[in-house]
Design a binder for this molecule. Sequence first.
Ligand code: SF4
Length: 238
Amino acid sequence: MKPIYIPKGKAKEYGDYAINIYTGCPHRCYYCFAPGVLRREVEKFHGCVEPRENIVEEVKRQLDREAITGKTIHLCFTCDPYPGGHDTNATREIIKAVKAAGNHVQILTKGDGSRDFDLLDGEDWYGVTISCWDGMAHEAEPGAVLPSERVEIAARAKEAGIKTWASFEPVLDPALVLRTLDASKFIFDKVKIGKLNYHPLPGVNWAAFGHEAELLCCQRGLDYYIKDSLRKEMEAAK
Ligand code: SF4
């Protein structure tokens, strides 16, 4: 088993290396792509969540065997590093191992990772996904921490000296994303903006959304990245 891997395709836009720690995710986002990628039944993916077998030991072994150092490693793509209601000691132990080998982590969560802030420093990234606001999230992401709380937790990470970022993808509420971008300067050191792929969102002009988002980022001096799928919509509308 080689749990540290180089992401391909759309996932490559998030990082050069990644680790997926858990077998599933209880957050139950309706748009979740992971069961399809992992070829797991949807109900089992959301209902049966545990650390992958020997994941901590295997990560340590691979770090040592391949002398992986000086990298930023993304946690996680096909699960959440902080699955609500579950023991997240595996995440903590992996962060310790990754950093002890001279690497840094780039966390992306819809959970609460504040328990591990003591392990992180100014070269690590704590990131949250924001797709919609609390009212919509009750239905769209029923097992996750509410978006407003995610932003509050990210603000605490920034206060603690950790770099912070937001992934605005998938976008379920374009207007909310634009409002959040407008206020992002004081919370997020970097933002990544995408669209909603694989599901319909009637009436949304993605090109217009992308241009407005990019303009806001420029006006507010944000470090931003437009995901390829959204950039293509913007280019196609020219
Ligand atoms: S947080 Fe991510 S992995 Fe978990 S259900 Fe939502 S989309 Fe899937």
